[in-house]
Ligand binder design. Structure first.
Ligand code: FES
Length: 102
């Protein structure tokens, strides 16, 4: 598919998450305080709750439902109860827009 425009950079404030649909997939964008943008799957691997409704703490996204944590860069679980990583997608930021390759 290649990369697809997912959002304007200004739509995601530093330290925040944004849920978007990219090519029919639910994606959670995460913009670190440092400005870097990452994209992970939008649904928690525990019980499919929407991760973009959770919190970004440093480089970890915390699921709002039961508190599982995932690393935004690797998708690895860093906090139970989830035990499977979330998918991660390559991100490019260009001309004030965020592109994601799902
Ligand atoms: S659905 Fe995310 S921790 Fe349970």
């Amino acid at each position: 598919v290649g990369r697809t425009r997912a959002a304007a950079l200004d739509d995601v404030k530093p330290g925040c998450l944004l849920g978007v649909e990219v090519e029919g997939r639910s994606v959670c964008l995460a913009r670190l305080d440092s400005g870097e943008v990452y994209a992970i799957a939008g649904l928690c691997t525990h019980e499919d709750y929407g991760l973009s409704d959770g919190d970004l703490q440093g480089r970890q996204v915390e699921c709002p439902m039961h508190g599982s944590r995932f690393d935004v860069e690797t998708g690895a679980v860093s906090g139970l109860p989830a035990n499977r990583p979330v998918a991660t997608f390559p991100v490019t930021v260009e001309g004030g827009d965020i592109f994601v390759d799902v």
